[in-house]
Design a protein around this ligand. Structure first.
Ligand code: AHR
Length: 511
């Protein structure tokens, strides 16, 4: 009896040691399309996110088009940015659109009370924002002001942007340089109404939402999809009340969740130079996104079984302590390999929930929180997060495919652990099959066997993002310290096994 137990135990142990992670893609069961808007961006009037980072003005010596930096716009175009959310965030609920039209030197000067109390000269307003969207080839997502605005103000903004008529507001738009109405793709009624948007309860907001949407009139072809401000973290009340109370005119309910290494707003953790315990907690806290989306979906599935309403994660990303010596209100932080892994984990989660998660916006595009690009006067650098976004471009508008991960390893610290490998797959618009693999373990590489529908796969061709240090990052002195390299693997003996390096992201086409 004792001998049999020892034998069974040793088999189990050796079974563990030799078990290989296997990723099986079921190409015969296409799932929902991963809306390209899942790769959306967020640009708020915050710190140097817009002013300096992107907007320098037409008179600047920094090469620009209509005031927008050519270098930054050129780099962003490589990401195929599908849409940009503007002007906030918290800023949106104190933004009055009339301040941002007409001759720039005549626009009112305000104080940005949310972000550092700095001067806001309103140089970037509606026309400038649409210029940016046109330069990027992106859709627009405008966030309306419910906090300090009014139904009338929002209704008139929509009229100003979208009316083909001869109304005074449409003529004012023409006088300001725009003959044709713009198409406003998305419009949100307020932001974070549970907090900076007005500290409301969901029932109160649901009534206000219905009131506002009644008066957002626009010709059908220019009418935006309207978004309701939703909950955050583990609060599902907003998604629940809104999908019960609002029956029309709600394309999506927003949801916000930020990854904070320590989980505490006071002392969030540093962007670089962090201990492994904070690499681990960052992975752990990022993976909570899956649980939060599932909880929101559960209430939405009950109230809206036809899935008419999307869950739009219109703010997500890492939030660290600001870089020493920078304005605390500017939310400027470095961006390391860890951020690229966080982005990839989030993408894999979003793909899995493509039936409801039809839009997300990383916070934020340039110089703020988990940015794509950092700038210093006329210089700019691409962050590891930028590279993750670029690697995942084939997933935009791709058809998601079910993926089963077996024999997954665990990355453990103390008694806690997270799955070592995260995987996602989709059929791209180009007809190719793509797989994304992430290794959360900063110390151990792992072998992963990739199968397609149990039939095996011949080769992988794509890119790998990794580095030696957990906090490897790009600086203005070394802007290419972290960048993707080519990644190829060939099947042997009918098996396609790839070595996934520690702390890495791979995106590849499978043939
Ligand atoms: O992205 C920074 C801020 O975070 C946004 O303005 C706000 O909506 C959120 O709290």
């Amino acid at each position: 009896m004792i001998r049999r137990t020892i034998l069974a135990l040793s088999l189990a142990v050796s079974g563990c040691a030799f078990a290989q992670v296997s990723v099986t893609i079921d190409a015969a069961k296409p799932g929902p399309v991963i809306n390209k808007a899942v790769y959306g961006q967020f640009a708020e009037h915050l710190g140097t996110g817009i002013y300096e980072g992107m907007w320098v003005g037409p008179e600047s010596k920094i090469p620009n088009t209509k005031g927008w930096r050519n270098d930054v716009v050129g780099a962003l175009k490589e990401l195929h940015v599908p849409l940009v959310r503007w002007p906030g965030g918290c800023f949106a609920d104190e933004y009055h659109w009339r301040d941002g039209i007409g001759p720039r030197d005549k626009r009112p000067v305000k104080v940005n009370t949310n972000w550092g109390n700095v001067t806001e000269n309103n140089a970037v307003g509606t026309h400038e924002f649409f210029d940016l969207a046109e330069l990027l080839g992106a859709e627009v997502y405008i966030n309306g002001n419910l906090g300090t605005g009014s139904v009338q103000e929002m209704s008139e903004w929509i009229e100003y942007m979208t009316s083909p008529s001869k109304s005074t507001l449409a003529e004012l738009r023409r006088k300001n340089g725009r003959e044709q109405p713009w198409k406003v793709d998305y419009f949100a009624v307020g932001n974070e109404m549970w907090g900076c948007g007005g500290n409301m309860k969901p029932d109160h907001y649901a009534d206000l939402y219905k009131n506002v949407t009644t008066f957002l009139r626009a010709p059908k072809e220019y009418r935006p999809q309207i978004i309701a401000s939703g909950g955050h973290t583990d609060d599902v009340k907003w998604a629940d009340v809104l999908t019960r109370e609002v029956k029309n005119d709600m394309a999506g309910v927003s949801f916000h969740y930020y990854t904070i290494p320590t989980g505490k707003w006071e002392g969030k953790g540093a962007a670089t130079g962090f201990p492994e315990s904070q690499w681990f907690s960052t992975m752990q806290n990022t993976l909570r996104m899956d649980k939060f989306i599932r909880a929101n979906k559960a209430v939405m599935d009950k109230n809206d079984p036809q899935k008419k309403v999307g869950l739009f994660v219109d703010e997500w990303g890492t939030w660290y302590d600001v870089e020493p010596g920078t304005n605390a209100g500017f939310l400027y932080q470095q961006n390391s390999l860890r951020d690229a892994v966080v982005a990839a984990l989030n993408f894999n989660i979003f793909h899995q929930h493509a039936d409801r998660v039809r839009m997300t916006n990383i916070a934020q595009m340039v110089n703020v929180l988990q940015a794509m690009i950092l700038t210093d006067k006329d210089k700019m650098l691409l962050t590891p997060t930028y590279h993750a976004f670029r690697m995942y471009v084939p997933f935009q508008d791709a058809t998601s495919l079910p993926v089963a991960v077996k024999n997954n390893g665990k990355y453990s610290v103390g008694n806690a652990s997270v799955p070592q490998v995260s995987a996602s797959a989709a059929r791209g618009k180009d007809g190719k099959l793509y797989v994304a693999l992430v290794n959360t373990d900063p110390n151990k590489a792992t072998d992963v066997t990739v199968n397609v529908g149990g039939a095996g796969a011949g080769k992988l061709t794509g890119q790998l993002l990794t580095a030696t240090a957990m906090d490897a990052h790009n600086t203005f002195a070394q802007p290419e310290a972290v960048k993707p390299t080519a990644f190829n693997a060939q099947a042997s003996g009918g098996k396609l096994t790839v070595k996934l390096p520690a702390k890495s992201v791979v995106v590849a086409a499978v043939e």
